[in-house]
Design a binder for this molecule. Structure first.
Ligand code: ASP
Ligand code: MG
Length: 424
């Protein structure tokens, strides 16, 4: 069997859902487990709905639910024409349940509440897509990922219990494939021992696809996206991007570590562990070869990749007593950063100063300054960007540094990183 994942953009409107059917029809004779995300921007909308619920903004809460329901109704109307009574009822029941929350007491366990609400997007989407496939004549069975992926109760970022999930998934999937060619299930969601819904972290549907593939020993996984494959740079920032045809699991993990956002970072490990190839392909051009991620490393260096992080702030932290930056000082600084949940994108030290680069949006600059001010002098420099080049050469370095001031430069054998400031 093989695993396909269709993200929000690939099921965002009736044409997109029809395209899913067209892609599946190219794979006649295969047993395919299909993981779908919520349609379009539904997950963001559900987050807003939750915020309104928590803030007691009842009017807006109901308005947003009505909007989201209409959005799904438009899709239903186009996909099913005449006989869409049953599926509309299934979808409407989910929205009714959501509305009723306004008259119920919400617990103070925010993560729990988040997962119960935000998971609904995938449920709705999977019901609609499955019903549509059945209408098209596919032997497709809807399955509840919550009954198959077992997690702990770390809501919003739940950790998978691999042993239990494997047992649950293997049995259910094998039974369903006896009478179906397609299993249509949800990304992003799982369940605890008590049966409460959990989510695996935003954008977690890729990870779900990898979990199913790992547990079923799938032949391969394909993530269908609106790009021709993994590109060597974000087309938002670079013209002239190139597709990476074949890279290793290791390279994919490196790229996602430095911030490439094509695949959810947790996706690669389970696939690497079982040597299951991952394809990233275009749902616009399904015959295109896409990118293949597999164990072989020989093609990794063929094309340099660029990863850019904007809006960075650099803190330079110097002990007030003129002591060296040593294990003791670093220990204190790291402890504080971990407690504040500050994620470091790059660090560097000299004898008297320790520098860290952080996303400006994820740090309270003045809060951090005041936490450090007793023992350290801290300076900061904002409006910076961090560019990482994998498999760099002189030419690529010159091209990204042109016209900019280099504040920090770090190089290892395959990776060069630059903290840059636009010249005024
Ligand atoms: N729907 C979820 C999200 O938008 C999961 C996913 O799309 O991967 O974060
Ligand atoms: Mg997505």
């Amino acid at each position: 069997m093989i695993v396909f994942k269709f993200g929000g953009a690939s099921v965002k409107d009736p044409a997109a859902v029809k395209n899913v059917g067209a892609i599946l029809s190219l794979y006649e004779g295969e047993k395919i487990l299909v993981v779908v995300s919520a349609m379009g921007k539904t997950t963001n909308k559900l987050e807003e709905i939750l915020s309104c619920l928590l803030a007691n903004e009842h009017l807006k809460f109901h308005q947003l639910i009505n909007d989201l329901q209409s959005y799904h109704h438009i899709i239903l109307g186009e996909l099913f024409r005449e006989k869409h009574y049953k599926i509309t009822q299934t979808v409407d029941l989910i929205f009714d349940g959501l509305r009723q929350l306004s008259s119920q007491k919400i617990s103070d366990k925010l993560g729990f509440e988040y997962d119960q609400i935000v998971s609904l997007g995938e449920l709705i989407s999977s019901h609609i897509v499955n019903e549509f496939l059945v209408e098209l004549g596919f032997k497709s069975t809807w399955m509840d990922a919550r009954k198959m992926i077992r997690t702990d109760d770390n809501y919003q970022e739940a950790n998978v219990d691999w042993t239990l999930s494997k047992a649950l998934i293997k049995e259910d999937v094998a039974a369903s494939f006896l009478h179906s060619d397609i299993i249509l299930t949800q990304g992003f969601i799982g369940h605890t021992e008590n049966g409460s819904t959990t989510t695996l972290g935003r954008e977690g549907s890729d990870y779900s696809a990898a979990i199913f593939a790992y547990c079923c020993d799938a032949e391969n996984v394909t993530i269908w996206k609106d790009v021709p494959g993994m590109l060597n740079a974000d087309p938002k920032y670079y013209s002239n991007t190139k597709k990476l045809s074949k890279i290793s699991f290791k390279e994919a993990i490196e790229l996602s570590y430095y911030g490439a956002s094509v695949i959810h970072p947790k996706t690669i490990k389970p696939l690497q562990n079982k040597n299951i190839p991952l394809f990233v392909k275009s749902f616009i051009d399904p015959h295109g070869a896409g990118t293949e991620i597999q164990s072989e490393t020989k093609d990794d260096g063929l094309i340099p990749s660029f990863i850019i992080k904007k809006e960075q702030v650099l803190f330079s932290i110097t002990p007030k007593d003129f002591s060296f930056i040593d294990e003791q000082n670093l220990h204190g600084i790291f402890e504080l950063l971990a407690k504040e949940q500050i994620k470091i994108n790059l660090m560097q030290n000299s004898a008297l100063s320790f520098s860290i680069l952080v996303d400006a949006k994820k740090v309270d600059i003045f809060g951090l300054l005041s936490l450090l001010k007793n023992n350290f002098d801290v300076r900061y420099n904002d409006d910076l960007e961090l560019v990482t080049i994998r498999h760099y050469n002189t030419e690529t370095i010159e091209s990204i540094c042109a016209g900019k001031t280099v504040i920090i430069e770090q190089k290892t054998r395959y990776t060069a990183r630059f903290v840059l400031k636009a010249a005024n």
